[in-house]
Each structure stands twice: as C-alpha cells, then as structure tokens.
Design a protein around this ligand. Structure first.
Ligand code: FES
Ligand code: FES
Length: 214
C-alpha cells in the first residue's frame, strides 16, 4: 500500500492505493467516484476515460500510484463546467445515449474535442471518437451532439449563468502560458502530458482558472 495524493476534481484527496491498483478502481473504491465506468479494462473501449493533467486518459490502464500529485478530473468534477453542460443538453436532445454506460467516457472525450478542435468536421469528430466504443447508439447521435455544441460555440456569444455576457467572445482562445507550449487551454496552463514545461509539483491552478468557454 502506498499513500497517494491527487488533485481530484479541483481538491487535494489522499488515500491508500495498492501498487497494482488501476486509477479507475482507486477512484471508484476509495473516493466513491462511480461515474467512471469500467468496460473492457484493457484500454480499448474508453468507458473509463477521465481527464489526467487536462487531457483524456484511460484510467483502467493507468496505475493509481503513477498519478501521485497529478490533476485528475472525473465526470463528477464537470458538474459546473459550461462546456459539459452544453454537451449534456446536446446528448439528450440528439439521443446520443441509450444504456448510458459509455456516456461518462464519451462526454469527457467530447469535451476535449470541443475545446481542442473548434473547427472539427464530422470526419474529424469520428476520428477523435474512435477510442470510445458505444454498443447502443451507432454513434450518429453522439456525432450530431458534438456538432451541435461546436456550431453553438462558433455562433453564440458565451454567457455566464444569469445571462451576464462573458468578456471572452466565442472566438477567443486561451493559450497555455508555460514556456514554449502555447496549446489551447482554458486555464493558465494546459496540463497536457505533452507540455514541454516541467509540471510537478506545481499546484492545480484553481485560483487562476478562467472561463471554461472558448
Ligand atoms: S475500461 Fe478502460 S478502456 Fe475499456
Ligand atoms: S449508450 Fe449504451 S454503450 Fe453507449
């Protein structure tokens, strides 16, 4: 057993983890975050997708002990997220789920597509979704839901809750401010594992978090 601390859904969270325990099992069993689903447990179906340092990751093939000090965001951590709220509405409107088992992973991946690829067309959306399997929907509704949110993002100015207009217009794009990175980001740093700047032990930048809508 090893004591590990995660920046979990914006807060520090510590728990013991068996050395061979996956991040998915750790989240479900020690943190009660059962929105992360397990399907294949082989890194194929994407049901277990969570955000790790700001990028989607398969939690079933990620060791929990390898996540010490890293930022993990599960589907529960997106409750107040503007982009995720729009995606949830669009998934419902476009019939993008039936049993819902794949949906938490689908939503995490869909949000990443919306944030990273604002001009994505259907072919690109399907390519980006290829790591998430759904046995129910045939994907058409899922693709339509993502297209719907992308279209809204391109045309509608963003408003905060209560209707206050965001100072960022829909075309604004934040960039990671880490040295030499510059990836699109909704925070001061993108937390991508590909970001060339050193990461740990920097704290999760909740205070510097900006509007989640680009
Ligand atoms: S359960 Fe992790 S990819 Fe299928
Ligand atoms: S909605 Fe059932 S697996 Fe996708």
């Amino acid at each position: 057993m090893t004591r590990i601390t995660l920046h979990l859904n914006g807060r520090p969270a510590a728990a013991d983890a068996d050395d061979r325990c996956s991040l998915a099992d750790h989240l479900r069993e020690h943190h009660g975050l059962t929105g992360t689903h397990l399907g294949c447990e082989h890194g194929v179906c994407g049901a277990c997708t969570v955000e790790l340092d700001g990028a989607p990751a398969r939690s079933c093939i990620t060791y929990a002990v390898a996540c010490e000090g890293r930022a993990v965001r599960t589907i529960e951590g997106f409750a107040d997220d503007e982009v995720m709220a729009r995606l949830r509405e669009a998934f419902s409107a476009e019939h993008a789920l039936q049993c819902g088992y794949c949906t938490p992973g689908m939503l995490v991946t869909a949000r990443d597509i919306v944030r990273r690829l604002p001009q994505a067309d259907e072919a690109r959306i399907r390519l980006e979704l290829s790591g998430n399997l759904c046995r129910c929907t045939g994907y058409r509704g899922i693709v339509r839901a993502i297209q719907r949110v992308l279209a809204e993002q391109r045309t509608a100015p963003h408003r905060h809750r209560g209707g206050r207009r965001c100072s960022l217009n829909s075309a604004s794009t934040w960039r990671c401010r880490r040295t030499r990175c510059g990836r699109p980001s909704t925070t001061w740093a993108c937390w991508s594992t590909a970001c060339p700047a050193p990461r740990s032990p920097a704290p999760w930048p909740t205070a510097a978090r900006r509007c989640a809508w680009r």
